[in-house]
Design a protein around this ligand. Structure first.
Ligand code: PLP
Length: 393
């Protein structure tokens, strides 16, 4: 049984490609001509080499010093908390008011331990206001703290041409103030900067619908929905797809928004090793064989959660094998293309195009406008109705 999927389980090789590529030539994929267009641009959009991955390990001495620093910071934190408790050191953090001591506490003292004692020491490194376009170099506003980073004040000086290590700009769109910015300005003048209502009430503009149509067309799928925040696109939509009695199989390196969405859904979560098809197949087989714990009933749905390109490692999802496995075990596939959309594939249409596959093989596409597109927000896209999976786009 383990090997009946043929090449599907062999990690790192892509033996099933040709077949999947062939299927992309018909049906949905060529319906609106987009993939044809992609094929005609002279570059093969079909990746047929084995994926070789290597991940850099942190050197031992770096790990030792990091943990030592963390340990020393924690010890000093306990010492300072002790001094604060006894009123020897002033406490700037939020604390329960004396007269409300009988109420259920609003703050868990220990939850704030890290913020109070470790983050506060180095807080000046984060959230630095900038005052230029976020290109590879940008300008930051100088600020100083008079109370050991609890508050900051601006000096009025601008630090020019600092290396930007804090934001994405994959295609350079975030830094270009050209024609595209004029379009943005015109639209803002016509529509304003917000809709002051939810999409369900009165918050849908024709621009939202235009954007949704454009995303669907770009991805070569039937429909798309857009949301104002990439993180929330994951964390709020996964609970709409799965719940109690469902199983989520999640790559161990998935982004926090996927992890939060999975946890909020109430589904059972099992983690497979990063991009490891043997590990995924074992979980799928066990899920089919054993069903739900205790009752042994079959899982209502099995949802595989992966990313297109993993941001911290730069590794790419082994899509052909995952699609083969999901078909073999009748699971659903949700793929977060935050880092692959716009940047991977001959025309930037993401991992499906990179591997020359059929967009119909993926049940739910998710992506953000924050990375390649230099904007904000996210989308969910796919078929209008996906049998068995609650998706009504
Ligand atoms: C894989 C992945 N998904 C989702 C998000 C959330 O996107 P946003 O920053 O647009 O909220 C990120 C953000 O970095 C991400 O890396």
């Amino acid at each position: 049984m383990a090997n009946s999927g043929g090449g599907a389980v062999c990690n790192g090789k892509l033996p099933n490609h040709k077949k999947q590529s062939d299927s992309s030539q018909n049906g949905n994929c060529t319906k609106n001509g987009i993939v044809k267009e992609a094929q005609q641009n002279g570059k093969p959009h079909f990746y047929d080499k084995p994926i070789v991955e290597s991940f850099e390990e942190a050197p031992l001495h770096v790990m030792v010093f990091t943990y030592m620093g963390y340990g020393i910071g924690t010890l000093f934190g306990y010492l300072r908390d002790f001094l604060r408790n006894w009123g020897i050191e002033k406490c700037n953090a939020a604390v329960e008011r004396e007269e409300q001591k009988d109420f259920v506490p609003l703050y868990q003292n220990f939850e704030n331990f890290y913020t109070r004692n470790l983050y506060m020491r180095i807080r000046d490194n984060w959230n630095r206001p900038i005052c230029s376009a976020p290109g590879p170099l940008f300008d930051v506003m100088e600020r100083v703290s008079d109370d050991y980073n609890w508050t900051f004040r601006f000096t009025g000086r601008i630090i020019k041409d600092v290396i930007n290590m804090g934001s994405y700009n994959f295609l350079g769109l975030a830094a270009k103030y050209d024609e595209s910015m004029k379009t943005v300005k015109d639209v803002l003048e016509e529509y304003g900067v917000g809709v002051a209502s939810t999409r369900h009430e009165m918050g849908t503009l024709n621009k939202h619908e235009d954007l949704e149509d454009l995303v669907a067309k770009f991805l070569n799928v039937e429909a798309a929905m857009v949301f104002g925040m990439g993180f929330a696109t994951n964390s709020m939509n996964i609970p709409a797809l799965v719940g109690k009695g469902c199983l989520i199989l999640s790559d161990e390196l998935n982004h926090a928004s996927l992890v939060l969405g999975a946890r909020l859904s109430g589904a059972t979560i099992r983690i497979f090793k990063h991009n490891n098809m043997q590990s995924l197949e074992k979980l799928l087989r066990d899920a089919i064989i054993y069903g739900q714990p205790r009752t042994r009933r079959a899982w209502k749905k099995i949802l595989i959660l992966v990313e297109g390109v993993y941001s911290m490692e730069g590794s790419i999802v082994h899509l052909p094998q995952i699609v083969a496995l999901k078909k073999k075990y009748k699971a659903y596939l949700y793929i977060d293309e935050a880092h692959s959309i716009g940047s991977v594939g001959p025309t930037g249409r993401g991992v499906v195009e990179f591997f020359g596959m059929d967009p119909g093989d993926v049940d739910v596409f998710m992506g953000t406008f924050t990375k390649s597109f230099g904007a904000s927000g996210g989308y969910i896209a796919g078929r209008k109705v996906r049998e068995g999976l609650l998706v009504s786009i």
